[in-house]
Design a protein. Sequence first.
Length: 234
Amino acid sequence: MNRIALPLAAIAAAAVPASAADVSVAVQGPVVELSVTETVKARPDLADVGAGVTTEAPTAVEAMRMNAEQMTRVVARIRSLGIAEDDVQTTGINLNAVYDYNGQRPVFRGYQASNRVSITLRKVDDTGKVLDALVAAGATDLSGPSFSIADDTAAQAQARKAAVQKAEKMAREYAEWTGYTGVRVLKISEMVDAGAPMPMMRAVAMEASAASTPVQPGMVGTSVTVSITYEMTR
């Protein structure tokens, strides 16, 4: 939202006394506050996926034992794919009683155990093959992928520059439309939205298909919102 204010020269004098760390700027002309967002898109170089194992058994001990065996195979498969240990993280281990609710009273059926990990893939093109390998190793559900950029410093700089240039153009237009000849920057702040990931999609893994699962990484955007306050000058 763009806001225009017409402060009086006396506003600066009437302000609360500034501390030694504060910087006061005398304002004589009208002020325009602009907030501009620019987004730069780039190809992602990271993909985050989730894999889990869910098992069910008559007892809690058996459910956890079965789950541990199956999850061990999944983790071993992850390691065999060359994925670094630091790129694999356990995100949840759960154990719950399971009931059937066919009648008025719930009937105890057993226990369900689940274990999930998140995996960061640094070779985006391998995402489909990795998902297939996880299912083949015993993963019973998958989530992702979520794509991002490992270092978006350059994209941030490009978006920031574009936002500042656009804000200055807008401020000069406001000045021209209201009878002023120039603008002076009073304040700048920014907010960065670094490569918002795609929504995580969850799918229950039934069995691996013969063809590799197709994955299209597309583009991810890095957004910078620059808020600048200008004084209009003559």
